[in-house]
Design a protein around this ligand. Structure first.
Ligand code: FES
Length: 86
């Protein structure tokens, strides 16, 4: 798995292979903004400061936002260690 560092919270999270960032966070009891949990609503949108993810969204984020470095933790699996702006 990979490590996700939450820059503002100062927290670290281990994400198992095949697990989304949000699923790992909820399993650990972390409180993150989320609603649909499947890449539709955009509620979980977060800036990715470092690293790469495999994001399989359902329209909850615009390409322009992806280009600006945002991602949806609910439908993204880490491909590297990550640092997120949360
Ligand atoms: Fe809806 Fe992530 S919770 S897009």
């Amino acid at each position: 798995g990979f490590n996700v560092h939450f820059a503002k919270m100062g927290d670290d999270l281990s994400v198992a292979p095949g697990q989304t960032v949000l699923a790992a966070a909820l399993a650990k009891g972390m409180r993150l903004p989320a609603s649909c949990t499947r890449g539709v609503c955009g509620t979980c949108k977060t800036k990715l400061l470092e690293g790469k993810v495999d994001m399989q969204h359902e329209g909850g984020i615009r390409q322009r936002e992806v280009d600006q470095g945002f991602f949806l933790p609910c439908c993204s699996k880490p491909l590297t260690d990550l640092i997120v702006d949360r």
